[in-house]
Design a binder for this molecule. Structure first.
Ligand code: BES
Ligand code: MN
Ligand code: MN
Length: 463
């Protein structure tokens, strides 16, 4: 790939400005109030794909938000790279914790990003990372160096479970036929140590409702004599972990794969400082399942976490009341071989079983998805590693991530190709949090590394 460095240098400011424009549109898929903005974002991406030389760009309607599809087929005998990303973002709240408004992107320097980072909701997850691929294609078409075919599939419902994309993928296998799927929606170890994500956790997300008396009660007149749904819910939730922080749901661990000593030793080689980890989060100690390290706890082990809990009086001052109902949202991160639907059923059954008399329990499953692991001996992985080695000067380390992209397992099943998770975000980029940002270094490094992947993948595929 000729002159990539100078191309980036000459176009850097425009690359940043274009991304900033994209980040200004609040494409929050979870909140129907932003429907117009989500659709406007899809249209903006369609235009940007046309501009960088895709021959056929379409907004594909689905039962939910549309999928932007684009392709440039230069020779049917050459390999085809399918790029996946998402244009929807998480809600921005709690908005008061942002140091600049979430949809008014600004570049600020940080300790980790001395060259500056773009602060905005979606900067890293996933508009910034998705847009690297658009700009990498621009470079390849503008300089006549596109070595293979490319297809883009950018969806607008990733943050709410990718339901419409499942619908789309199962109906369009031929259109989406490819030799490798390339995704930048994960992270890497640091700006000096790249890594390639070789695993994602699965997910089961449920909402629970505990109902006691048929109305809110005076906590003096009735307190002590009836089951308080909030007391009961918290007690039930607390019982879901034992003293070793193992999850107590019967059957929960049945299919969990135990890694061998050798595999765990291999994992432990990745650079990691527990001190820095604690410092970055202002915590005195880490916490988790006994017998596993921090990096094992957040990647190869399943978890159960309350994501939100509410009920009763939470306004100003005090109100003496026993609420009629209490609620919680709970996520379970799963590892490969755990079936998310089965786990959801196990949770439901167990949660109903442990409810004491005097309350009723309702478990409502939300979305979920299977976990994913990939071997590292396939052409896609080797090509990606070669690309990273060239742009970072050191090989990438394979690493399993704790996050989930539920659609990835479906891609493998339906499209039968390998998925390469080439993420350029950092854990400190605060995705899903206030002050999400994406390093300018990371953005440009992505644009530099992606064309090399295309080149090496094409070369290595023809051997
Ligand atoms: N891009 C993230 C997932 C991710 C981030 C994986 C960093 C690995 C490293 C994705 O947008 C996401 O947030 N996924 C959700 C699941 C989804 C069903 C809401 C998640 O992991 O919570
Ligand atoms: Mn994402
Ligand atoms: Mn996300």
């Amino acid at each position: 790939m000729k002159d990539i460095k100078s191309y980036i240098k000459n176009n850097k400011d425009r690359f940043i400005e274009e991304l900033i424009d994209l980040l200004k549109i609040p494409s929050i898929s979870a909140d129907p109030a932003y429907k117009k903005d989500v659709i406007k974002t899809a249209e903006t991406i369609k235009l940007s794909l046309e501009k960088v030389g895709c021959d056929k760009v379409e907004i594909c309607e689905t039962p939910g938000y549309p999928i932007v599809y684009g392709e440039k087929i230069i020779d049917s005998k050459l390999p085809t790279v399918l790029v996946y990303g998402h244009y929807d973002v998480q809600p921005a709240d709690p908005i008061e914790l942002w140091t600049s408004p979430p949809f008014e992107p600004v570049v600020k320097k940080t300790e980790i990003h001395p060259e500056g980072a773009i602060f905005a909701r979606g900067a890293c997850d996933d508009k910034g990372q998705m847009y690297m691929h658009v700009k990498a294609l621009e470079y390849m078409t503008e300089t006549n160096q596109l070595p293979c075919n490319v297809k883009f599939m950018i969806e607008g419902e990733e943050e709410v479970g990718s339901e419409s994309l499942s619908w789309f993928v199962t109906r369009n296998q031929e259109k989406l036929a490819n030799d490798v799927i390339l995704i930048s929606d994960t992270g890497m170890i640091s700006n000096t140590q790249p890594s390639i994500t070789t695993g994602l956790r699965g997910l089961s997300y449920v909402e629970v409702e505990v109902t006691g008396p048929n109305r809110d009660l005076h906590s003096g007149l009735y307190g002590g004599a009836v089951a308080n749904p909030i007391n009961i819910l918290t007690k039930m939730i607390a019982s879901l972990h034992d003293e070793n922080n193992h999850i107590t749901i019967p059957g929960f661990y049945d299919n969990v794969e135990e890694l061998s000593k050798v595999e765990r030793a291999e994992m432990a080689k990745a650079p990691f400082s527990l001190d820095n980890y604690k410092k970055a989060l202002d915590i005195e100690a880490v916490y988790g399942e006994v017998g596993y390290t921090t990096n094992e706890r957040n990647s190869i082990r399943p978890t159960l976490d309350v994501n939100g809990i509410w009920g009763g009086y939470t306004g100003e001052g005090a109100k003496t009341v026993i609420a009629s109902k209490a609620f919680a949202k709970i996520s379970m991160r799963l590892v490969p071989n755990q079936d998310w639907k089965e786990i959801t059923e196990l949770f439901k059954k167990h949660f109903e079983t442990i409810a004491p008399k005097g309350v009723t329990v309702n478990v409502k499953p939300h979305h979920g998805g299977q976990g994913y692991v990939t071997p590292i001996d396939n052409t896609g992985y080797l090509a990606a590693n070669k690309a990273y080695t060239k742009t970072f000067g050191v090989p990438a380390i394979p690493q399993r991530s704790g996050g989930s992209i539920p659609i990835v397992a479906l891609f493998e099943k339906e499209l039968k190709s390998k998925i390469i998770l080439m993420g350029f975000g950092l854990n400190s980029d605060a995705i899903h949090s206030p002050n999400e940002h994406f390093g300018i270094f990371n953005y440009l490094k992505g644009i530099e590394t992606i064309p090399l992947f295309y080149q090496y993948f094409t070369e290595m595929s023809s051997k």
